[in-house]
Structures are given as structure tokens and as C-alpha cells.
Design a protein around this ligand. Structure first.
Ligand code: AMP
Length: 113
């Protein structure tokens, strides 16, 4: 999608700090990290959010979750990590391209909302 920030990151039009990439997925460091490790995992196919996941192939959807685990291994998060996907306005989703936050490197809070 031409006006999507994350599509521009995938195409290289906007720079990013790549952590992992395969045929279906791209992962890069969040520009405003909220934990020592804060990586965004996104499908290369544009879909807006989890709510639009029917528009994504099962293979690509599964690849996103597998990439979250791969990122955690690459980042050495052997003590655990959190995977978050904000969906829609009530969840404060700011970029309308499906993404999974992989957060780790410190003990997370017990509340999630
Ligand atoms: P969300 O609020 O769940 O939609 O998450 C969007 C995330 O994208 C936020 O954590 C932002 O810090 C992050 N972000 C926005 N622009 C960039 C960028 N150019 N490079 C890396 N991360 C970004």
C-alpha cells in the first residue's frame, strides 16, 4: 500500500534497523523502544490488523508468530518475552499495518492493560 509507513519500511523507502527477514515477514527495531528489546514483526503483505487477518494467508500469519519466536532467540530472550498486537482505536493502534511487538530484556509488569 503506497501510503503505509510499514510498507515503505519493507520496500526500503524508509530506513529501519532490521533484525530478521524471510519471504513472508520483516522484523525491525521499534523507533521508540518500551523495553530493552522492542522489535516489530510485520507480514510483507499489507493487512490492517488482527481484525483483517482473514485477508492474510494462513502461511503468512503463522510465519509472523514463528518470526516472533525467532526474534526472541536472536535477541537472547531466554528468560521470556511478551508478544503484543494492538488492534483498533481502543487498543491505541497507531500504524494500520498488522504488527506484533516483541518485548523483552526485563521483567514485564503483571498487568497488560
Ligand atoms: P502501535 O501503536 O501498536 O500501532 O505500534 C506502532 C509502533 O510503531 C510504535 O511502537 C512506534 O514507536 C513504531 N514506529 C513508528 N514509526 C516507526 C519507524 N519509522 N520505525 C520503527 N518503528 C516505528
Amino acid at each position: 500500500m503506497s501510503d503505509c509507513l510499514f510498507c515503505k519500511i519493507i520496500s526500503g523507502d524508509i530506513p529501519s534497523a532490521k533484525v530478521y527477514e524471510d519471504d513472508l515477514v520483516y522484523a525491525f527495531r521499534d523507533i521508540a523502544p518500551q523495553a530493552p528489546t522492542h522489535v516489530l514483526v510485520i507480514p510483507k503483505t499489507h493487512v490492517a490488523s488482527v481484525d483483517a487477518c482473514d485477508e492474510l494467508s494462513d502461511q503468512a500469519l503463522a510465519a509472523c508468530l514463528r518470526a516472533c519466536r525467532t526474534v526472541a532467540k536472536l535477541e537472547g530472550l531466554e528468560n521470556g518475552y511478551r508478544v503484543v498486537s494492538n488492534c483498533g482505536d481502543d487498543a491505541c493502534q497507531s500504524v494500520k499495518h498488522l504488527h506484533f511487538h516483541v518485548l523483552g530484556g526485563r521483567k514485564m509488569g503483571e498487568t497488560m492493560a
